[in-house]
Design a protein around this ligand. Sequence first.
Ligand code: ADP
Ligand code: ZN
Ligand code: ZN
Length: 725
Amino acid sequence: MPPIARVEPLTTTRALRGPFDYRLPPALADADVGTLLAVPFAGRELLGVVVERATSSEVPDERLAEPRARVEPALPAELVELARWIAAEYCSTFSRALQLVLPPGAGRGVAPRVRVRELLTAEISREGRAALADGARLTERQRVVLERLAAGGPLPATATGADHGGLRRLADRGLLVLEPRAQRRRPLVQSVGARAPTAPALTAEQRAALEPVLAALVAGEAGRFLLHGVTGSGKTEVYLQAAQAALAAGRSVLVLVPEIALAPQTVARFQARFGDTVAVLHSQLGQGERYDEWLRLRGGEARIAVGPRSAVFAPLADLGLVIVDEEHEPAYKHEGDPRYDARRVAAWRARQAGAVLLNGSATPRPESVHALARLRLSQRVDGRPLPPVEVLDMRDARHPLHPTTREALGDVRRAQRKAIVLVNRRGWSNFLSCRHCGHVWSCPQCDVALVLHQRDGALACHHCGHRERIPTTCTACGSASVARHGAGTERIETELLEALGDPEFPILRLDADTARGGKGAVARTLERFDRARAGVLVGTQMVAKGHDFPDVTLGVVLDADQTLRFPDFRAEERTFALVAQLAGRAGRGGEGSGRVLVQTLSPAAPSIVAAARHDADGFLAGELERRRTLTYPPFASLIRLTCSAEAADDAAAAAQAVRERISAPDAVVLGPAPLFRLRGRERSQLVVKAPRRRAAIASVAAAVDAVARTALGRRVQLSADVDPQ
Ligand code: ADP
Ligand code: ZN
Ligand code: ZN
């Protein structure tokens, strides 16, 4: 009996459930778990992953197909196991989960789209050196080429100073060796904020925090820690020294950051400390660079992987330490199928590998506070206290900027200092309405208000991208009186430009519209602000993330309760994080110079009151109590099911059908409830609150599968989201 490989063909159709058996011909007999194969499948050729080996098959031998060829490089077997778990954990398919863990460039089609880059390389031979030494017959040109190779080691053929024919003639005489060699495409090293590569002596607090982490690393135990410390308290330094210890113990390190554009400093510090041992994996790299970084990790040449969400699939062996920086960031949740949460995937990998998990944040999630051993850094390294936070009541305000805010910004300009202003909405106005008949301009595809973008002369939908011209008259009644409500980044930027801006005091904007200004637009804006002597950075939540400007003296949050108005159990947590993160970034310039202003319509909201007092412990304790009472995470898992269809009735009926099939005894199922229309699709949703996670996920997955196979199910798109954000 020839060996059998169980192969998952990489398709996205849910209907085809592998794995399928293939007979391995002698040339492929060593194909094992993780090997990629080109396989015949349903009349086509597909890329498939070996997920199991077997010695026999239930398929009769004469009907077994053979794979056509091996596709390099193979996946580590651990990543195949990881994909198997992700498929189950996030109600997806094995095939879709495998596509997450593939090497860069693989997956679409059988042939990989990237390969190792090979360059023709010349290297001097022993005969060549001898020829130089005893003055053998060489032309002047040939002598120069050989001397260059003798001094500089192997060189790309194009860098030798000789043309191809010239090199060939020398190679034919045996004086040099010409051969293609793999060339690493090296990602550009970020220099922003890179500091001295040597480790500073740790503060007493840092030592105390690091101690249990090191103890677990040395003992080879899988500790799970949460490093809770304000911005500037030296968390990154603790990560770096923990990573050092893991490397010393012969293990590898995974470092996750929320968004590469916003965290160049963290990446740069790892590179400065560990050099080429660090591989960076993110989507802004060219595919060739990403491929080469992946291979360096796969081959063990690089031992530290740093990157955002998808770097959690880095092919690291002997994982010893997993770091999740800014662990509260929602960017760790992936919004496509499978809807994985990189934080949970990271924790799973750590558990599988017996590695230490180290999450860090200034505003950790209540879930992590509940589940992980907390290590505290209560002081900034520079010893400066956190700036005072003033709450400004906006309930009677007529202008988007409170008088105190305007005054404070004026002070910053007079003193030639820097301020950050956080606005929760991009664009100019949140929505437009007719003063005469009350008509509100909304998206024709989605039931949401259109946002005014003055500079583009357009109303835009922030959900589907629909755009239309700014109206001059009401489409419902013809009135010419159109009111603009609320203020977005664009309007605040303009207000500030008019009130304060000049060449010495730039007003810079940072939001998703900036980000669309091309590769590196975000980094350029951040750098400009960093280099400016004074000025204001206006933007969405992006301005309060990751990066760290030492000389910001004023932080302002406009409309702080905007996040509170979402019907979401994380609303309080988000609002607290927003204010606390901004506060952590202000007031590091000079003694007593920091100040934070919070404009809000809900001055008494617990999250705002706690943030104003810098009371993270009080907030977390209250929040955990509230969640316990309402059985929210971490005391239950949430699963959201969204059904979308052409017809609202179909969407609702499908949600109801799934609801009737869910049999998790202690789970509470809420809904079906209508959701706003999105991209022309009517939607209905269910929310499952389940104390017993595994049983609930399995039950929902089975219910979705069953409904998807009915006639109704074929008219509806069903999407399950485990741990929705
Ligand atoms: P966090 O990650 O908590 O924001 P960092 O690790 O970036 O904090 O530390 C803030 C600043 O203090 C950085 O400039 C860092 O280089 C410096 N720093 C951290 N730890 C020490 C230390 N033990 N001694 C001196 N400087 C330190
Ligand atoms: Zn009208
Ligand atoms: Zn829309």
